[in-house]
Design a binder for this molecule. Structure first.
Ligand SMILES: Cc1cc2nc3c(=O)[nH]c(=O)nc-3n(C[C@H](O)[C@H](O)[C@H](O)COP(=O)(O)OP(=O)(O)OC[C@H]3O[C@@H](n4cnc5c(N)ncnc54)[C@H](O)[C@@H]3O)c2cc1C
Length: 539
């Protein structure tokens, strides 16, 4: 890189998605510059859920343990409580064991964790900054760009000295949550509903809140009153940090107009000593961008999809974008990636985002009608009946959002130009249920290897060709074809009938992001053509 004025990849935005892209590129030895207009300080807590797919990426990046240590402690209950107030009536309690008390899952080596962006983003920043090929430039604002025959000329403003610079990049990736000029310059239109409701989040410090009520420790408290589902209170560190979430419905209210002390008194009890740290107004949207790429310019993360925080998908989906894009940019820069590789980014990720946005937007219907809710706080038999009815409704309908393995692990890339279908039918889509499959397009199934590592630990660098069946299977034509095209591939023979059953074919080719791109029992007649397809150089 020549003094930072020329770089293969310029990333706009140092949120989790920009940092993940920088880190994944850095891990591949790709030079990149990330410009972030802020100084990197996280003033307000947003995402809490680092789901199991993201934890699998963290495992690949070597930071899974750090994320586990930084978030909610392993002995903190993850229960979800619905009540009329912390000192009011309990409506429903969903018991969820602590992380420390949970058994390993058969489907993934990594459980989802609660690690707020307050802690997660700095871990990602440290990770990205640790790669010598990554340059993070804080207090540097991206202003505009123009496309050239072989890349992009970007204008940035260094806010520390007000100096304008031009950075020449081969690729520009905007991870700016839609706030830079890039989406507008690309003429992005949004599919969906730009405003569903307005919200205000209040970041609070309250020490040992659980000693002031009888509901016990929980990760989430949802409050219900006569008007329906009201504020929520979410633990952030299992100690003293909390986020109070308020909906202002269709009204966009100034944060100062919200009476925080009255809300705390009503739902948490009188005389709660608290410190108000910060307030963040946000808008509940349900949108996906129609354009994710033009030429050498890409969009990722909140810049292309925004939705309700319920289910905790936003940041996780954005990290999925970053992981999908990073190896493709790296391959294009290394010369072995063909044009269909870059085309496949939008083709693969947009349907995933559409599905997530759809699911996260559902389940927002009112809890019950006004007459059922009216006696919800009354200490009467009528109140008891209303609470029992609403409690059952909550357990039946409102807890689905907390079980989403089908979305988190079961997403797959259909109709991608770089995936070769094997003719097997697509498994039924389910939000909650994940059924492991090695059908092309899917995330490869996890299984424990004899050495105690996961199959997923084999993936993440170049392509991996798994061979089951010992000497009976001839993998060498595919390996030779990959080498002839300069495409990195590693052959891994696995002698384990259970894993062979899970992968269903004797030869399974995995991409650098751990998705299956081809499988069969024998090498194809034209292995070079196979390699050309999966590296995006042939249709
Ligand atoms: C209340 C709330 C709760 C949430 N809970 C969850 C959850 O539990 N799980 C989950 O997965 N997601 C959750 N989300 C969503 C999650 O916070 C976002 O999806 C995630 O932060 C998006 O990351 P990003 O990197 O795309 O964008 P951001 O984190 O918004 O980062 C974009 C960055 O780009 C920078 N930038 C913008 N323009 C420029 C420019 N011109 N020049 C330089 N820099 C620029 C900004 O300063 C910013 O730092 C929640 C969101 C909210 C509001």
């Amino acid at each position: 890189m020549s003094g930072g004025d020329e770089t293969p990849v310029l990333i706009v935005g140092g949120g989790p998605v920009g940092l993940a892209l920088a880190a994944d590129l850095g891990r591949r030895g790709v030079e990149c510059v990330l410009v972030e207009q802020g100084d990197g300080t996280i003033y307000h807590p947003r995402a809490n859920t680092v789901n199991s797919r993201t934890m699998e990426f963290c495992r690949r990046w070597g930071i899974a343990e750090e994320v586990r240590q930084a978030g909610t402690p392993p002995d903190f209950p993850l229960d979800i409580i619905f009540c009329t107030g912390l000192t009011g009536h309990l409506l429903a309690r969903i018991d969820r064991p602590t992380y420390g008390g949970r058994k390993p899952l058969p489907t993934t080596p990594e459980r989802s964790q609660r690690c707020n962006q307050l802690f997660f983003d700095p871990i990602m920043r440290k990770l990205a900054a640790g790669f010598p090929s990554v340059q993070l430039r804080y207090r540097c604002r991206f202003e505009s760009f123009s496309e050239t025959a072989d890349g992009v000329l970007c204008q940035v403003l260094d806010l520390s000295n007000q100096r304008r610079e031009t950075i020449k990049a081969r690729f520009l990736v905007a991870c700016c949550a839609g706030r830079s000029s890039v989406p507008q310059s690309l003429g992005v239109h949004w599919e969906g509903q730009p405003v569903l409701s307005y919200h205000i989040n209040v970041f609070l410090k309250i020490e040992e809140l659980w000693t002031r009520h009888d509901k016990g420790k929980a990760a989430f408290y949802f409050f219900v009153d006569e008007s329906g589902l009201g504020p929520s209170l979410i633990e952030l560190d299992g100690k003293e940090l909390w986020r109070l979430g308020l909906s202002t419905g269709q009204q966009l209210l100034a944060p100062e107009s919200v009476n925080v002390p009255a809300i705390i008194e009503k739902f948490m009890g009188p005389h709660i000593p608290y410190e108000l740290v910060s307030v963040l107004p946000w808008t509940f949207r349900s949108i996906v961008a129609d354009t994710w790429r033009r030429g050498n310019v890409f969009l990722a993360g909140d810049a292309v999809h925004q939705h309700s925080p319920s289910g905790g998908f936003g940041m996780n989906t954005g990290l999925g974008d970053a992981v999908d894009l990073a190896w493709k940019l790296a391959a294009a820069l290394a010369g072995w990636g063909g044009p269909a590789l870059l085309e496949s980014y939008e083709i693969e990720r947009k349907p995933v985002a559409r599905r997530i946005v759809r699911e996260a937007t559902e389940g927002q219907a009112p809890l019950a009608d006004k007459s059922t809710l009216a006696p919800i706080r009354a200490p009467t038999p009528e109140g008891d009946r209303a609470r029992a009815m609403i409690g059952e409704e909550i357990v039946r309908e409102r807890t689905k959002v907390f079980v989403s393995d089908g979305l988190v692990l079961g997403y797959r890339y259909e109709n991608s130009p770089i995936i070769i279908p094997d003719g097997t039918p697509a498994p039924a889509e389910s939000v909650s249920q994940y059924t492991p499959t090695a059908r092309p397009g899917s995330r490869a199934p996890h299984a424990w290897l004899k050495n105690g590592r996961s199959t997923l630990d084999l993936f993440g660098d170049g392509f991996v060709l798994l061979a089951f069946g010992g000497t009976a299977v001839n993998a060498s034509p595919i390996v030779a074809a990959a080498h002839s095209r300069g495409t990195p591939v590693k052959l891994v023979a696995i002698d384990d009938p259970a894993i062979a059953d899970a992968y269903e074919r004797r030869l399974v080719l995995l991409r650098p992001d751990g998705h299956v791109c081809w499988r069969d029992d024998t090498p194809p007649e034209d292995p070079v053509r196979l390699i050309d397809r999966v590296r995006g150089a042939a249709r």
